[in-house]
Design a protein around this ligand. Structure first.
Ligand code: NAP
Length: 294
Protein backbone atom coordinates (compact mmCIF):
# COMPACT_ATOMS: atom_id res chain seq x y z
CA UNK A 1 0.00 0.00 0.00
CA UNK A 2 1.29 3.45 -0.88
CA UNK A 3 0.19 6.61 0.92
CA UNK A 4 -0.72 9.45 -1.45
CA UNK A 5 0.69 12.45 0.33
CA UNK A 6 -1.02 15.78 -0.30
CA UNK A 7 1.95 17.43 1.38
CA UNK A 8 4.38 15.91 -1.11
CA UNK A 9 2.22 16.65 -4.16
CA UNK A 10 1.37 20.19 -3.11
CA UNK A 11 5.07 20.89 -2.49
CA UNK A 12 5.76 19.95 -6.11
CA UNK A 13 2.82 22.13 -7.25
CA UNK A 14 4.09 25.13 -5.25
CA UNK A 15 7.61 24.71 -6.68
CA UNK A 16 6.20 24.83 -10.19
CA UNK A 17 3.94 27.77 -9.33
CA UNK A 18 6.92 29.70 -7.90
CA UNK A 19 8.78 29.41 -11.17
CA UNK A 20 5.73 30.27 -13.28
CA UNK A 21 4.84 33.23 -11.03
CA UNK A 22 8.36 34.66 -11.32
CA UNK A 23 8.11 34.41 -15.10
CA UNK A 24 4.65 36.03 -15.04
CA UNK A 25 5.86 38.97 -12.92
CA UNK A 26 8.90 39.44 -15.13
CA UNK A 27 6.77 39.52 -18.27
CA UNK A 28 3.90 41.67 -17.02
CA UNK A 29 5.41 43.77 -14.24
CA UNK A 30 2.68 42.88 -11.72
CA UNK A 31 1.74 39.84 -9.65
CA UNK A 32 -1.39 37.67 -9.95
CA UNK A 33 -3.83 39.00 -7.36
CA UNK A 34 -6.57 37.21 -5.45
CA UNK A 35 -9.41 39.00 -3.65
CA UNK A 36 -11.12 37.04 -0.88
CA UNK A 37 -14.47 38.17 0.51
CA UNK A 38 -15.63 36.92 3.88
CA UNK A 39 -19.03 37.62 5.41
CA UNK A 40 -19.26 37.27 9.18
CA UNK A 41 -16.79 35.87 11.67
CA UNK A 42 -17.19 32.10 11.55
CA UNK A 43 -13.86 30.81 12.95
CA UNK A 44 -13.54 27.97 10.41
CA UNK A 45 -14.11 30.38 7.49
CA UNK A 46 -11.67 32.88 9.00
CA UNK A 47 -9.07 30.16 9.26
CA UNK A 48 -9.59 29.13 5.59
CA UNK A 49 -9.30 32.78 4.53
CA UNK A 50 -6.05 33.13 6.50
CA UNK A 51 -4.60 30.03 4.89
CA UNK A 52 -5.42 31.45 1.45
CA UNK A 53 -3.71 34.72 2.34
CA UNK A 54 -0.61 32.85 3.56
CA UNK A 55 -0.46 30.87 0.33
CA UNK A 56 -0.69 34.09 -1.71
CA UNK A 57 2.09 35.68 0.29
CA UNK A 58 4.31 32.62 -0.02
CA UNK A 59 4.08 32.81 -3.82
CA UNK A 60 4.42 36.59 -4.07
CA UNK A 61 0.82 36.97 -5.25
CA UNK A 62 -1.11 40.13 -4.50
CA UNK A 63 -3.85 39.62 -1.95
CA UNK A 64 -6.93 41.64 -0.97
CA UNK A 65 -9.18 40.83 1.97
CA UNK A 66 -12.74 42.11 2.36
CA UNK A 67 -14.67 41.31 5.50
CA UNK A 68 -18.35 42.21 5.74
CA UNK A 69 -20.42 42.05 8.90
CA UNK A 70 -22.62 38.99 9.43
CA UNK A 71 -25.76 41.13 9.03
CA UNK A 72 -24.64 42.79 5.77
CA UNK A 73 -27.21 42.77 3.04
CA UNK A 74 -26.96 40.74 -0.12
CA UNK A 75 -26.78 44.00 -2.08
CA UNK A 76 -23.76 45.13 -0.05
CA UNK A 77 -21.99 41.88 -0.86
CA UNK A 78 -22.95 42.07 -4.53
CA UNK A 79 -21.63 45.60 -4.78
CA UNK A 80 -18.23 44.44 -3.43
CA UNK A 81 -18.19 41.64 -5.99
CA UNK A 82 -19.12 44.03 -8.83
CA UNK A 83 -16.37 46.43 -7.75
CA UNK A 84 -13.84 43.58 -7.82
CA UNK A 85 -15.13 42.46 -11.23
CA UNK A 86 -14.38 45.95 -12.55
CA UNK A 87 -10.96 46.22 -10.86
CA UNK A 88 -8.32 45.28 -13.44
CA UNK A 89 -5.71 44.76 -10.70
CA UNK A 90 -7.74 41.82 -9.32
CA UNK A 91 -7.50 38.56 -11.27
CA UNK A 92 -9.26 36.07 -9.01
CA UNK A 93 -12.32 36.55 -6.80
CA UNK A 94 -13.34 34.15 -4.10
CA UNK A 95 -16.37 34.57 -1.86
CA UNK A 96 -15.86 32.34 1.16
CA UNK A 97 -18.73 29.87 1.60
CA UNK A 98 -20.98 29.16 3.37
CA UNK A 99 -22.67 32.57 3.36
CA UNK A 100 -25.14 33.58 6.09
CA UNK A 101 -28.56 32.02 5.52
CA UNK A 102 -30.19 35.33 4.52
CA UNK A 103 -27.97 35.46 1.43
CA UNK A 104 -28.44 33.67 -1.88
CA UNK A 105 -25.11 31.94 -2.60
CA UNK A 106 -26.05 31.07 -6.18
CA UNK A 107 -26.85 34.72 -7.01
CA UNK A 108 -23.54 35.80 -5.49
CA UNK A 109 -21.54 33.19 -7.41
CA UNK A 110 -23.30 34.11 -10.66
CA UNK A 111 -22.31 37.76 -10.13
CA UNK A 112 -18.59 36.93 -10.09
CA UNK A 113 -17.01 37.65 -13.48
CA UNK A 114 -16.51 34.17 -14.95
CA UNK A 115 -12.99 35.18 -16.03
CA UNK A 116 -12.13 35.69 -12.34
CA UNK A 117 -14.01 32.61 -11.06
CA UNK A 118 -11.00 30.89 -9.50
CA UNK A 119 -13.21 28.68 -7.30
CA UNK A 120 -14.79 27.26 -10.48
CA UNK A 121 -18.30 27.47 -9.01
CA UNK A 122 -19.84 29.83 -11.62
CA UNK A 123 -22.53 28.05 -13.71
CA UNK A 124 -20.56 28.96 -16.84
CA UNK A 125 -17.42 27.24 -15.47
CA UNK A 126 -19.44 24.19 -14.39
CA UNK A 127 -21.20 23.96 -17.76
CA UNK A 128 -17.93 24.20 -19.68
CA UNK A 129 -16.42 21.54 -17.46
CA UNK A 130 -19.32 19.21 -18.20
CA UNK A 131 -18.91 19.50 -21.97
CA UNK A 132 -15.14 19.23 -21.78
CA UNK A 133 -14.17 22.82 -22.60
CA UNK A 134 -11.19 24.48 -20.88
CA UNK A 135 -12.34 26.37 -17.80
CA UNK A 136 -11.63 26.93 -14.12
CA UNK A 137 -12.01 23.59 -12.36
CA UNK A 138 -13.11 23.73 -8.74
CA UNK A 139 -10.16 23.30 -6.46
CA UNK A 140 -10.86 20.07 -4.57
CA UNK A 141 -11.70 17.98 -7.68
CA UNK A 142 -8.65 19.48 -9.41
CA UNK A 143 -6.59 18.50 -6.37
CA UNK A 144 -7.83 14.91 -6.62
CA UNK A 145 -6.93 14.72 -10.34
CA UNK A 146 -3.50 16.20 -9.63
CA UNK A 147 -2.87 13.54 -6.98
CA UNK A 148 -3.96 10.74 -9.33
CA UNK A 149 -1.61 12.12 -12.00
CA UNK A 150 1.29 12.54 -9.59
CA UNK A 151 1.06 8.89 -8.52
CA UNK A 152 0.53 7.81 -12.16
CA UNK A 153 -2.79 6.16 -11.38
CA UNK A 154 -4.50 5.20 -14.64
CA UNK A 155 -8.17 6.12 -14.85
CA UNK A 156 -8.88 4.92 -18.40
CA UNK A 157 -11.27 1.98 -18.38
CA UNK A 158 -11.35 1.94 -14.59
CA UNK A 159 -14.50 1.90 -12.55
CA UNK A 160 -14.53 4.97 -10.33
CA UNK A 161 -17.16 5.06 -7.60
CA UNK A 162 -17.74 8.48 -6.06
CA UNK A 163 -19.71 8.61 -2.83
CA UNK A 164 -21.26 12.09 -2.54
CA UNK A 165 -22.92 14.25 -5.20
CA UNK A 166 -22.30 17.80 -3.98
CA UNK A 167 -21.85 20.60 -6.49
CA UNK A 168 -18.35 21.32 -5.19
CA UNK A 169 -16.91 17.79 -5.06
CA UNK A 170 -18.91 14.78 -6.26
CA UNK A 171 -20.55 16.20 -9.40
CA UNK A 172 -17.50 18.00 -10.87
CA UNK A 173 -15.29 14.99 -10.11
CA UNK A 174 -17.70 12.70 -11.94
CA UNK A 175 -17.77 15.08 -14.92
CA UNK A 176 -13.98 15.31 -15.03
CA UNK A 177 -13.30 11.61 -14.74
CA UNK A 178 -15.77 10.62 -17.46
CA UNK A 179 -14.29 13.06 -20.03
CA UNK A 180 -12.43 11.77 -23.06
CA UNK A 181 -8.81 11.47 -22.02
CA UNK A 182 -9.66 10.43 -18.46
CA UNK A 183 -12.01 7.74 -19.74
CA UNK A 184 -13.19 6.34 -16.44
CA UNK A 185 -16.55 4.64 -16.01
CA UNK A 186 -18.10 6.60 -13.19
CA UNK A 187 -20.77 5.66 -10.67
CA UNK A 188 -22.02 8.40 -8.36
CA UNK A 189 -23.62 7.37 -5.06
CA UNK A 190 -25.52 9.42 -2.50
CA UNK A 191 -27.67 9.05 0.59
CA UNK A 192 -30.50 7.37 -1.36
CA UNK A 193 -28.26 4.81 -3.04
CA UNK A 194 -29.47 1.28 -2.32
CA UNK A 195 -26.91 -1.25 -1.11
CA UNK A 196 -24.01 1.19 -1.25
CA UNK A 197 -21.39 -1.42 -0.28
CA UNK A 198 -22.24 -3.62 -3.28
CA UNK A 199 -21.27 -0.66 -5.52
CA UNK A 200 -18.23 0.57 -3.62
CA UNK A 201 -16.91 -3.03 -3.64
CA UNK A 202 -16.69 -2.86 -7.43
CA UNK A 203 -14.59 0.32 -7.46
CA UNK A 204 -11.07 0.27 -8.86
CA UNK A 205 -10.89 3.83 -7.55
CA UNK A 206 -13.14 4.74 -4.64
CA UNK A 207 -13.61 8.41 -3.81
CA UNK A 208 -15.52 9.37 -0.69
CA UNK A 209 -16.88 12.90 -0.16
CA UNK A 210 -19.75 12.59 2.27
CA UNK A 211 -18.61 14.17 5.53
CA UNK A 212 -19.25 11.11 7.74
CA UNK A 213 -16.34 10.13 9.98
CA UNK A 214 -14.90 6.64 9.36
CA UNK A 215 -17.93 5.64 7.27
CA UNK A 216 -16.02 3.62 4.66
CA UNK A 217 -15.07 0.28 6.19
CA UNK A 218 -12.89 -2.53 4.77
CA UNK A 219 -16.00 -4.56 3.85
CA UNK A 220 -16.86 -1.76 1.36
CA UNK A 221 -13.50 -1.72 -0.42
CA UNK A 222 -12.17 -4.09 -3.07
CA UNK A 223 -8.74 -5.61 -2.40
CA UNK A 224 -6.12 -3.49 -4.20
CA UNK A 225 -8.42 -0.49 -4.82
CA UNK A 226 -7.20 3.11 -4.86
CA UNK A 227 -8.98 5.01 -2.06
CA UNK A 228 -9.28 8.80 -2.12
CA UNK A 229 -10.72 10.34 1.02
CA UNK A 230 -12.07 13.87 0.52
CA UNK A 231 -13.93 13.95 3.84
CA UNK A 232 -12.67 16.16 6.63
CA UNK A 233 -14.50 15.51 9.90
CA UNK A 234 -13.90 16.56 13.46
CA UNK A 235 -14.27 13.91 16.13
CA UNK A 236 -14.00 14.50 19.85
CA UNK A 237 -10.66 13.52 21.32
CA UNK A 238 -10.04 14.50 24.93
CA UNK A 239 -6.35 13.63 24.48
CA UNK A 240 -5.97 16.21 21.69
CA UNK A 241 -4.95 19.78 22.56
CA UNK A 242 -8.02 21.26 20.86
CA UNK A 243 -10.35 18.57 22.21
CA UNK A 244 -10.92 17.10 18.76
CA UNK A 245 -9.00 15.60 15.88
CA UNK A 246 -9.60 15.42 12.14
CA UNK A 247 -10.50 12.17 10.42
CA UNK A 248 -11.71 11.34 6.95
CA UNK A 249 -14.74 9.46 5.70
CA UNK A 250 -12.56 6.38 5.43
CA UNK A 251 -11.51 4.24 8.39
CA UNK A 252 -7.86 4.63 7.42
CA UNK A 253 -6.41 2.21 9.99
CA UNK A 254 -8.49 -0.74 8.83
CA UNK A 255 -8.94 0.09 5.14
CA UNK A 256 -5.31 0.98 4.34
CA UNK A 257 -4.05 -2.60 4.74
CA UNK A 258 -5.95 -3.89 1.73
CA UNK A 259 -5.85 -1.08 -0.80
CA UNK A 260 -3.06 -0.20 -3.25
CA UNK A 261 -3.07 3.59 -2.68
CA UNK A 262 -4.79 5.71 -0.04
CA UNK A 263 -4.93 9.38 0.93
CA UNK A 264 -4.58 10.18 4.64
CA UNK A 265 -6.62 12.76 6.56
CA UNK A 266 -5.14 15.18 7.43
CA UNK A 267 -2.31 15.51 4.91
CA UNK A 268 -4.18 14.21 1.87
CA UNK A 269 -6.65 15.89 -0.48
CA UNK A 270 -7.29 18.77 1.94
CA UNK A 271 -3.75 20.08 1.50
CA UNK A 272 -4.22 20.22 -2.27
CA UNK A 273 -7.20 22.55 -2.35
CA UNK A 274 -5.40 25.83 -1.65
CA UNK A 275 -2.55 24.88 -3.96
CA UNK A 276 -5.14 24.47 -6.74
CA UNK A 277 -6.68 27.84 -5.87
CA UNK A 278 -3.27 29.42 -6.40
CA UNK A 279 -2.91 27.57 -9.70
CA UNK A 280 -6.32 28.86 -10.83
CA UNK A 281 -5.41 32.41 -9.79
CA UNK A 282 -2.23 32.33 -11.86
CA UNK A 283 -4.26 30.91 -14.75
CA UNK A 284 -6.83 33.73 -14.39
CA UNK A 285 -4.10 36.37 -14.38
CA UNK A 286 -2.46 34.81 -17.45
CA UNK A 287 -5.73 34.59 -19.41
CA UNK A 288 -6.72 38.16 -18.51
CA UNK A 289 -3.27 39.40 -19.54
CA UNK A 290 -3.56 37.56 -22.87
CA UNK A 291 -7.02 39.08 -23.42
CA UNK A 292 -5.64 42.57 -22.73
CA UNK A 293 -2.91 42.24 -25.32
CA UNK A 294 -5.35 41.14 -28.06
N1 NAP B 1 -10.52 20.88 0.88
C1 NAP B 1 -11.10 19.72 0.94
O1 NAP B 1 -10.43 18.75 0.99
C2 NAP B 1 -12.58 19.62 1.00
C3 NAP B 1 -13.36 20.44 0.19
C4 NAP B 1 -14.74 20.26 0.20
C5 NAP B 1 -15.30 19.34 1.06
N2 NAP B 1 -14.50 18.59 1.88
C6 NAP B 1 -15.07 17.61 2.81
O2 NAP B 1 -15.70 16.60 2.02
C7 NAP B 1 -16.87 16.15 2.70
C8 NAP B 1 -18.06 16.35 1.78
O3 NAP B 1 -18.21 17.74 1.53
P1 NAP B 1 -19.36 18.31 0.59
O4 NAP B 1 -19.34 19.77 0.69
O5 NAP B 1 -19.25 17.65 -0.74
O6 NAP B 1 -20.63 17.74 1.40
P2 NAP B 1 -22.19 17.88 1.19
O7 NAP B 1 -22.53 19.02 0.32
O8 NAP B 1 -22.77 17.78 2.55
O9 NAP B 1 -22.54 16.55 0.39
C9 NAP B 1 -22.44 15.29 1.01
C10 NAP B 1 -22.82 14.24 0.01
O10 NAP B 1 -22.68 12.97 0.65
C11 NAP B 1 -23.88 12.24 0.48
N3 NAP B 1 -24.08 11.39 1.65
C12 NAP B 1 -24.27 11.79 2.93
N4 NAP B 1 -24.42 10.70 3.72
C13 NAP B 1 -24.34 9.62 2.92
C14 NAP B 1 -24.42 8.23 3.15
N5 NAP B 1 -24.63 7.72 4.36
N6 NAP B 1 -24.27 7.40 2.10
C15 NAP B 1 -24.05 7.88 0.85
N7 NAP B 1 -23.96 9.20 0.58
C16 NAP B 1 -24.09 10.06 1.60
C17 NAP B 1 -24.98 13.26 0.35
O11 NAP B 1 -26.07 12.67 -0.31
P3 NAP B 1 -27.42 13.50 -0.69
O12 NAP B 1 -27.03 14.34 -1.88
O13 NAP B 1 -28.39 12.44 -1.02
O14 NAP B 1 -27.76 14.31 0.51
C18 NAP B 1 -24.29 14.35 -0.44
O15 NAP B 1 -24.37 14.09 -1.82
C19 NAP B 1 -16.92 16.94 4.01
O16 NAP B 1 -16.30 16.18 5.03
C20 NAP B 1 -16.11 18.18 3.72
O17 NAP B 1 -15.53 18.71 4.89
C21 NAP B 1 -13.16 18.71 1.84
Amino acid sequence: MQVMSGKEVSKAVYEELHTRTEAFVQTHGYAPTLAVVLVGNDPASQSYVNSKKKACLSLGFGHQDYTLAQDSTQEELLSVVRRLNADSTVHGILVQLPLPSHMDSEAVIETIDQHKDVDGFHPMSVGKLLIGLPTFVSCTPLGVLTMLDHYKIETSGKHVVIVGRSNIVGKPLAALLMQKGRDATVTVCHSRTADLASLTMTADILISAIGKPLFIQPSMVKEGAVVIDVGINRIEDPAAKRGYRLVGDVDYDTVSSHCSFITPVPGGVGVMTIAMLMKNTLQAASLLAAKDTK
